[in-house]
Write a protein that binds this ligand. Structure first.
Ligand code: GLN
Length: 482
């Protein structure tokens, strides 16, 4: 039962083929059997999960949106009474006093928390190698990275260690690991899902969204977590459509744009070939395909990293070794407590964020770096708006390469930053995107297709993604783990 989609699991529960307790136990057994190899989970909340499952079975009503569905949360989503570490030494023993608002929505919808999953420290990274607790391995080949920063969520969905997972995407951290592990990963429009209670990296970029086994499941989870929240002023007062109504089997009347800059140098041929093949499938489903151009794409990486590191450096200022989190044992003076707690508590990439961001924001450099990047961001937004006057969605690769070997890029931060070259423009523009499985490399590693749509047009992602999924078998393939 652990390889079923959410939609199939709901049916199984309703038809009494299995109980929520049996289902939860099956996932916990799977975690116990596989997590030593994968290391997706930081904390497993088995007792809590079984307790909730029992309550649900006792009620016997499985009609809630996610009633009885076991899931996990990336370890930056605050869970009251359950450790939330951001995979940093500085929060190693942090237990939040409250729930993230979207976690409350998941609980209200009936889902069951199996545990908290691995990420690059404070979500800074593209391979999950920056986690204080160690790397998450790719289920398709354990010598390869699972992607990042949401490596734990991606690997756990791919390896059937949960029915779905929740990750965050600031510059690609849902779509890129989804692509590398062969799952569906949805990056929502900025503001579609409340960020309250989610540990911040870059506040004007961060988004929360699901990893699932099918596009239909992504629509289901989004239905449960989207919408205005009094606790997050960046969520607009807009109604949440019935996303399942957009899951159609064909693409008649749909215009898809193919931006040529997303097939440029640096994108491996195996990857672009898979996407071109996928475009042929979409053509057969009735879509009209047009070539479009987004010339500012080449500025995405420098623009993104200046802005994100600037926001990140200010967000890290709250970890001072005093209010909460790690406090050094080796200091007597106040200044020394700050310095030593932070030196001991943060890893290399977080320190790089603090240094780059502080530099870009300092008097004298602010105009040259931060302000200029903010202007480029505005232009990129405009460029996307113009393209979306001509088409309903864009089709691109998600990641320029399939998964790479653990350790391959750890000494070269710039090479690591380039992993996000096809995902960061979407975060800069605040629009939405989704990665869906679209092939395999000659080494047997998954390749993901990115669908991009305008602000609050998640319905277009679901329409295109679902139709493509129905016409292909990629999402049905499973890694041979044990
Ligand atoms: N790798 C990117 C970064 O470090 C994206 C991470 C993310 O989306 N959280 O900024």
């Amino acid at each position: 039962m652990i390889d079923l989609s959410i939609a199939q699991t709901k049916q199984g529960l309703k038809d009494k083929k299995f109980s929520a307790v049996e289902l939860t136990q099956a996932y916990l057994d799977r975690i116990a059997a596989t997590d030593e190899k994968l290391h997706s989970y930081i904390t497993v909340t088995g007792d809590l999960a079984l307790k909730k499952a029992k309550e649900i079975d006792k009620k016997g009503d499985y009609s809630g949106l996610l009633e009885g569905i076991p899931m996990n949360l990336k370890d930056v989503v605050c869970t009251a009474g359950i450790k939330t570490t951001a995979c940093s030494k500085i929060l190693e023993n942090f237990v939040p006093p409250y729930n993230a608002h979207m976690y409350d929505r998941l609980l209200a919808a009936g889902s069951i928390l199996l545990g908290k999953t691995n990420t690059d420290e404070f979500t800074m990274g593209s391979s999950s190698e920056n986690s204080y607790f160690g790397v998450t391995h790719n289920p398709w080949n354990l010598e390869y990275v699972s992607g990042g920063s949401s490596g734990g969520p991606a690997a756990s969905v791919s390896a059937d260690q949960c029915a779905f997972s929740i990750g965050t995407d600031t510059g690609g951290s849902i779509r890129q690991p989804a692509s590398l592990c062969g799952t569906v990963g949805l990056k929502v429009t900025y503001g579609r899902v409340p960020r309250h209670g989610c540990i911040s990296y870059a506040s004007s970029f961060d988004t929360i969204g699901p990893f699932t086994k099918t596009v239909e499941d992504a629509a289901l989870v989004l239905q449960a977590i989207a919408g205005r929240s009094e606790k997050d002023a960046t969520t607009p007062d807009m109604s949440v459509p019935d996303y399942s109504g957009f899951l159609k089997e064909d693409l008649k009347g749909v215009t898809l744009g193919v931006p040529k800059e997303y097939f440029a140098e640096g994108v491996e041929k195996e990857v672009s070939d898979s996407i071109l093949e996928a475009i042929e499938v979409m053509k057969k489903l009735g879509a009209k395909i047009i070539e479009v151009s987004l010339p500012l794409t080449k500025y995405a990486i420098p623009t993104y990293y200046i802005l994100v590191k600037s926001e990140g450096s200010t967000n890290m200022a709250r970890y001072d070794g005093i209010k909460y989190g790690h406090t050094t044992d080796a200091a007597k003076e106040l200044q020394e407590i700050y310095m030593k707690s932070r030196s001991e508590g943060f890893g290399d990439e977080v320190k790089r964020t603090i240094m780059l961001g502080t530099y870009a924001l300092s008097a004298g450099y602010y105009d040259a770096f931060y302000l200029k990047a903010a202007k480029v961001r505005a232009l990129m937004k405009k460029e996307f708006e113009e393209v979306f006057e001509k088409c309903d969605a864009l089709i691109t690769p998600t990641s320029p390469t399939p998964a790479f070997k653990i350790g391959e890029k750890t000494d070269d931060p710039l090479a690591m930053y380039m992993c996000d070259v096809l995902t960061t423009p979407i975060n800069l523009a605040g629009i939405c995107g989704m990665s869906v499985p679209a092939g395999f490399s000659s080494k047997g590693l998954p390749i993901g297709l990115q669908i991009i749509a305008n602000q609050f047009k998640e319905d277009n992602l679901f329409h295109v993604g679902h139709a493509f999924e129905q016409a292909t078998e990629w999402h049905k393939k499973k890694p041979a783990l044990i």
